[in-house]
Design a protein around this ligand. Structure first.
Ligand code: TMP
Ligand code: ASP
Length: 239
């Protein structure tokens, strides 16, 4: 497998072509942005931690019958993934109120939701990723109703697997975002699952161990990501 030219540089990752047209090479960056790029910064060690944490979760999901795009880890901050035809819908699952749900519905942060809330956002930077429903997804032709029902089913299963895994490690899964794509017509989990794309709180102290520390200037961002890694793997991150 050979890493070829840069295809795309996003806010937190760079994507390179490989010598295999079915595979892409992903490099996780230390850069951090929030509020649609309005706030910019860097968190040293974040690229390595997010690569390793995402790979950990993708392997856990594979053991539970949920396929992701992960093919192999290539270095501390790089992985090779299947090339997906991206579905331009971000899928957010929420177990406890926080972030934009608290703001939109006036639910105090930390309110335990009686059942999991599934939301969809249209992946469109110019429009700032607006909240959309199944009808919007249909008229924009982002995915078929059959694909969306499969995506919802997979997303709810991901929630159950991650939640149980994290609970054993004294972490609450508040909410998280998933992205999906098509590979040979099959729906596959893509992107990343990391403290950039999830909210994790310590079960006992309620300390935030995720990107909210960066968004809200709470300090100790890198330490929080390291703590998530340590709880997941039982190892200190030494990178
Ligand atoms: P929200 O409360 O800001 O809508 O975020 C919900 C979850 O989605 C949270 O775990 C963070 C994640 N998320 C992303 O991964 N990317 C984004 O651009 C946004 C806005 C949220
Ligand atoms: N990643 C998004 C951005 O840069 C938003 C966020 O995670 O808060 O703007």
């Amino acid at each position: 497998m050979i890493k070829k030219e840069l295809l795309y540089e996003g806010k937190a990752k760079k994507i390179f072509r490989t010598d295999d047209p079915n595979l892409l090479w992903v490099e996780y960056k230390d850069d951090a942005t929030a509020f649609n790029g309005l706030k910019k910064g860097a968190v040293s060690g974040k690229g390595e931690l997010n690569n390793k944490i995402s790979a950990h979760f993708f392997r856990l999901l594979a053991q539970n019958g949920i396929e992701s795009h992960l093919v192999a880890e290539k270095s501390h901050r790089e992985m090779v993934v299947k090339s997906l035809q991206i579905i331009r819908v971000e899928v957010v699952l929420r177990n406890i109120a926080a972030g934009s749900l608290s703001k939109r519905l006036g639910l105090p942060e930390g309110t335990v939701l009686p059942s999991t809330v599934v939301e969809y956002y249209y992946k469109n930077d110019e429009l700032h990723d607006p909240l959309v429903n199944d009808d919007h997804i249909r008229i924009l032709d982002l995915a078929t109703p059959e694909q969306m029902s499969e995506i919802k089913e997979i997303a709810l299963k991901v929630n159950e697997v991650l939640r149980a895994h994290l609970a054993e490690r004294e972490l609450d899964l508040i909410d998280f975002k998933l992205e999906f794509g098509l590979h040979n017509g099959q729906i596959i989990l893509g992107d990343e699952i990391s403290p950039d794309t999830c909210r994790f709180w310590d079960k006992n102290t309620r300390k935030k161990l995720d990107k909210d520390r960066f968004r809200q200037d709470l300090g100790d961002v890198e330490q929080a990501y390291r703590e998530v890694y340590r709880r997941l793997t039982g190892k200190q991150h030494t990178g």
